[in-house]
Design a protein around this ligand. Sequence first.
Ligand SMILES: CCCCC/C=C\CCC/C=C/CC(=O)SCCNC(=O)CCNC(=O)[C@H](O)C(C)(C)COP(=O)(O)OP(=O)(O)OC[C@H]1O[C@@H](n2cnc3c(N)ncnc32)[C@H](O)[C@@H]1OP(=O)(O)O
Length: 263
Amino acid sequence: MAAQAGPLVDLSIDNDGIAILTMNRPPVNSLNLELLEEIGKSLDEVAKNKTKSMILTSSSPSVFSAGLDIMEMYKPDLKRAEIFWTTLQDVWIKLFGSSYITAAAINGHAPAGGCLLSMSCEYRVMVEGKYTIGLNETALGIVAPTWFMDTMCHTIPIRQAEYALTTARMFTVDEALQVGLIDESASDKADAIDKCKKFIRKFDKIPSLARAVTKQKIREGPLVRLQKNRQQDTAEFLGFLKNPKIQQSLEMYIQSLKQKAAK
Ligand SMILES: CCCCC/C=C\CCC/C=C/CC(=O)SCCNC(=O)CCNC(=O)[C@H](O)C(C)(C)COP(=O)(O)OP(=O)(O)OC[C@H]1O[C@@H](n2cnc3c(N)ncnc32)[C@H](O)[C@@H]1OP(=O)(O)O
């Protein structure tokens, strides 16, 4: 992977007071520990500054996020793996449970953890193209954690979520629109951000406390479930990493990604 040039995230506030959080870990914004830590810090900053809303996007021209960095799971240092997993849990709790308005401008592929980040926002606009979005864990021989599944069930009907999760379905932009995995499509990133802003403006006349408490109450179930089971969830993740068969599957998957990239 190319050496990192520049900060891993950019957080800016536009003239309307909307925070734009841009992931910037070329080539595919795979979520390693350092990127997750930076996303977490940015979410804290948005909350602390009482910014009314945030749009999550990517600096890549074709990938929103490739999901978790597989190298964090392949033959890992277990201490780092534990910190990696708890940081991912923290990011999800902060984003899914945020009181401010959130939207994702999905300007490219969004598999697995990339799909999770976008589903944790309240609104999704995806750029048209040959991009796909979904939770593909079962195709890798791994099981999406319960809170990934809960987030999908919070986004699309449970029957569709079960089918998508068990078949590792990656949705095209049109398919995602049809099932409600995304709310709108857009012609390019600027259009996606404009559409996210239009969504955010819908709340101009809604009292912000009522909006925030309503959001947090409707999201309470999945949040409480993870908060109660955090240690067990982490133990399952670490147990999964210690399984030789899983390590073998990950090795094969890494090889297939490298072969595809070399073509
Ligand atoms: C019973 C209870 C069990 C409990 C178990 C608990 C937990 C386990 C659950 C763990 C959850 C995991 C969720 C995840 O997010 S796993 C990650 C899944 N992600 C993917 O499968 C995406 C893989 N990537 C792609 O499909 C494509 O890269 C793409 C995103 C569509 C972009 O394609 P393209 O633009 O063509 O880029 P390349 O494919 O050429 O890739 C460039 C470069 O990047 C490397 N790479 C890609 N994805 C990842 C990744 N996720 N992690 C690390 N590295 C990645 C790729 O290998 C290339 O590298 P080189 O240039 O060095 O060859």
